[in-house]
Design a protein around this ligand. Structure first.
Ligand code: NAD
Length: 473
């Protein structure tokens, strides 16, 4: 990276979401001399970033944003101005799975990336470094460069970099403060290397140089998809083993512990559960599947597709276990759902397994009460209805209610189903004795996240069923 390069003074981030917001807030905090403006076309989101209640919940984020906001960190809906003033622009817009047309259900919808890119080309009046922050299919930078060059004003030059984000929701701030690595992909030209060096300087304010890795654009783009695919694959692998455990008397926590002690395997991310959720894993693997198919590699596509299929199977298998334990009928029974977020310490519900579970239980005509400490009620209703279908909501509310705390969710319930591993649902926090008193008997607990001490709860009188362990007889 030892090439002459520009020092960045102004940054613009297009997309004030789960990634753009926290990432650029940390960049602003660590680089007080750089002006960072985060822009978005969604005025409600920008208003929330400028208010006391930020649009996303991340432990530690409030303090950082409130410390820098108005000093060198700004949130705005003025995308033109953000682009015009910046030397370096992050594109951190959403890249959801395509819903219609070619590749529907697999391919990434690059419409938002394309429109942000066209916007940059249209308004830029000086040279810019454009950084892909969004997770994109391999070779997207090629298309972006093409769009930029074809639409640029005369004499304006764009450099394009790939800088995928590896933060995990719920731990975004610590992940950004101490990243395992920062990838910067660039073209292997003098200009490309210079642009990469400019971006590297920004991260070097707090990330050790040895962890800032330069590579070619395509490796950088593919590394993000690969990392998510490998992480999700570990979960599907341990979940596949959990099914064998339940059928044999092996205990998945013990198997995971035993395997994790092997330093070649490692112990992290080997926890069995009801399945992974979140906006990224499924989308990025499907994206990889689509990429493999379009490269005429059907066996590779099938290999990765199985990771997603195993995840669907795990959710279905867990639901079936609940139903069969409750004497094969849920009609008129009350199921308490503890946790609706896709993981703890976030209010995000995108692809949350809880949504799938509730829909399965509804189909079995159960009454359902949901409690989550961070997810907004309006979000839950939105996740459980088709947008805009109001009649559906009335129908839904005959069957589903949202509780204000875990105890009221469990009152009169036949079964409690743990869907999210919130610390406050552990038996060391929640008074399961009190819950037991107010439940129908037999009182069932289904632990979809392996957070409960089964023996302790069974001692209270519960029937406890956990992922990866056979039911007690
Ligand atoms: P998000 O939906 O929370 O935020 C994206 C924002 O971009 C939205 O607020 C949207 O209004 C805005 N936007 C879209 N088009 C725009 C345009 N043309 N101009 C201005 N604003 C525009 O998404 P996110 O979770 O922040 O994810 C962003 C990207 O980062 C995705 O590609 C995702 O795969 C990737 N990523 C996400 C995570 C995560 O944990 N959420 C982690 C790593 C990478």
């Amino acid at each position: 990276l030892m090439v002459p390069h520009k020092t960045i003074k102004k940054i613009c981030c297009i997309g004030a979401g789960y990634v753009g917001g926290p990432t650029c807030a940390v960049i602003a905090e660590k680089n007080p001399d750089i002006i960072v403006t985060i822009v978005d076309i969604n005025p409600t989101r920008i208003a929330a970033w400028n208010s006391d209640t930020l649009p996303i919940y991340e432990p530690g984020l409030d303090k950082i944003v409130k410390g820098c906001r108005g000093r060198n960190l700004f949130f705005s809906t003025d995308v033109d101005k953000g682009i015009i003033e910046a030397d370096l622009i992050f594109v951190s817009v959403n890249t959801p799975t395509k819903k219609k047309g070619v590749g529907a259900g697999y391919a990434a919808d690059l419409g938002y990336v394309e429109s942000a890119t066209r916007h940059i080309a249209r308004v830029a009046q000086s040279d810019k470094i454009v950084v892909e922050k969004s997770t994109v299919p391999c070779r997207t930078a090629h298309s972006m460069r093409y769009i930029l060059e074809a639409n640029a004003r005369p004499g304006i030059h764009f450099d394009i970099l790939s800088n995928p984000e590896f933060l995990a929701e719920g731990t975004a701030v610590p992940d950004l403060m101490r990243p395992d690595r920062v990838l910067i992909g660039s073209l292997d030209t003098l200009a490309g290397r210079a642009a990469a060096a400019s971006l590297a300087d920004i991260y070097a304010s707090w990330v050790p140089r040895g962890q800032i890795i330069a590579m070619n654009l395509w490796s950088s783009e593919l590394s993000k998809l690969a990392a998510n695919a490998l992480l999700a694959q570990r979960i599907s692998s341990i979940n596949a083993l959990s099914a064998i455990c339940e059928a044999t008397g092996a205990d998945v926590d013990e198997v995971s512990y035993a395997c994790g002690l092997d330093t070649r395997i490692g112990s992290k991310f080997l926890k069995a559960s009801v399945g992974f959720g979140g906006s990224c894993f499924q989308k990025d693997i499907l994206n990889l599947v689509y990429l493999s198919e379009s490269l005429h590699l059907p066996e590779v596509a099938a290999y990765w597709r199985q990771v997603v299929e195993m995840n669907e199977y795990q959710k279905r298998r867990f639901t079936d276990r609940v139903i069969s334990s409750l004497f094969n009928t849920l009609t008129g029974k009350k199921i308490a759902i503890l946790g609706f977020a896709f993981k703890k310490d976030t209010g995000d519900t995108r692809e949350s397994p809880a949504i799938t579970l509730v829909n399965y239980f509804r189909a079995e005509r159960a009454n359902i009460s949901i409690y989550d400490p961070k997810v907004e009620d309006s979000q839950i209703w939105m996740d459980l209805t088709e947008p805009g279908v109001v009649d559906d909501l009335a129908e839904l509310q005959k069957q589903v209610s949202i509780a204000t705390n875990a105890y009221s969710a469990c009152d009169d319930a036949d079964a409690v189903v743990i869907c999210t591993e919130w610390d406050e649902f552990r038996d060391t926090y929640l008074d399961y004795g009190r819950i037991y008193e107010n439940m129908k008997k037999p009182a069932f607990v289904f632990d979809g996240r392996l957070i409960l001490d089964r023996n302790r709860l069974e001692g209270m009188g519960f029937r406890v069923e956990t992922i990866g362990r056979a039911a007690s007889s």
